[in-house]
Ligand binder design. Structure first.
Ligand SMILES: [Zn+2]
Length: 289
């Protein structure tokens, strides 16, 4: 009898862990959901483009919100911030088009690359919350904010990891930034499902084998991120965007090889269901562990 009750107790202890650790419906079968990915730079989302392509094709509405306009990541001494911002936007929209996402699903908050941590945090979270309340996402996809320990990310990424969830928490409470509700008629939103990339302990693997071509095409859109073009971007006009033709045969081959090596048949996430308060905890663990 004692053994039996221990067994029953075990089942009740283990069950919530299983429920929290896996989506109720497999991600491959999701439809009709609103999905928001939050990243720091144009291309932070690129490694998730197989999953996003699948979700969009399956009748979900996928948005991408990036905090910076990517305006400093170059070693080209003739490049300006203004020009690079335009290039990064052009590349981002091309990449999104390749996975079926329209321009209106791209939100860029326009912060300077490398400086997110030094931005006015309250203002930044407020702007994110405004969009969360506007879009009303069911699912948030973001950098892994930490799993029972503080995780190091490079600057901007570590800010984005925390801010994405901080904003989810703030968006729930109508008395935080109440002007959104009172003056603009927006509703608070409770996001209950989270998918973190770059996780130490991913618990969900998405099969993207049907979307490899789309992901290859989208990832190849980020041409200015390729080292030879990052050091010497062609032309000096704001409206001149590099194409594959600007690369030598050897460079083009190296670029395609690099993308190919990066694009596998799966993408992994740490999935979590529950209030944002428990975001930094593992499935089934409380904040007090
Ligand atoms: Zn980045």
């Amino acid at each position: 009898m004692k053994k039996q009750s221990t067994l029953i107790l075990m089942v009740f202890l283990v069950l919530p862990v299983l429920v929290l650790a896996q989506p109720e419906t497999p991600i491959e079968e999701w439809t009709g959901r609103t999905i928001l990915l939050v990243g720091a730079h144009p291309d932070d989302d690129a490694g998730r483009h197989g999953t996003l392509a699948m979700l969009q094709e399956n009748g979900n509405n996928v948005y991408i919100m990036l905090l910076t306009n990517g305006n400093v990541g170059t070693r080209d001494r003739t490049m300006t911030r203004q020009r690079l911002e335009k290039i990064r936007r052009h590349e981002q929209l091309n990449a999104m088009r390749a996975i079926g996402l329209p321009e209106e699903n791209y939100i860029n908050l326009g912060y300077t690359d490398g400086m997110v941590e030094f931005a006015d945090r309250e203002e930044l979270v407020k702007r994110m919350v405004w969009w969360y309340r506007k879009i009303q996402p069911d699912v948030l996809i973001s950098f892994e904010p930490g799993y029972r320990y503080v995780k190091w990310h490079k600057s901007d990424h570590r800010a984005a990891a925390y801010l994405a969830v901080d904003a989810a928490r703030a968006a729930e409470w109508h008395l935080i930034f109440p002007e959104h509700v009172i003056q603009e008629g927006l509703e608070p939103v409770s996001i209950r499902e989270y998918m973190y990339w770059g996780a130490e302990a991913p618990n969900v693997t998405v099969d993207i084998s049907d979307y490899i071509e789309q992901k290859m095409e989208s990832n190849m859109a980020y041409l200015s991120q390729f080292t030879s073009l990052s050091g010497d971007y062609p032309g000096n006009s704001d409206d001149r965007f590099a194409t594959l033709d600007d690369l030598s045969d050897e460079e083009r081959q190296r670029f395609i090889e690099r993308i190919k090596n990066r694009v596998g048949t799966t993408e992994q996430f740490r999935y979590r269901m529950g209030a944002p308060d428990g975001a930094g905890s593992g499935p089934g663990f409380s904040n007090n562990d």
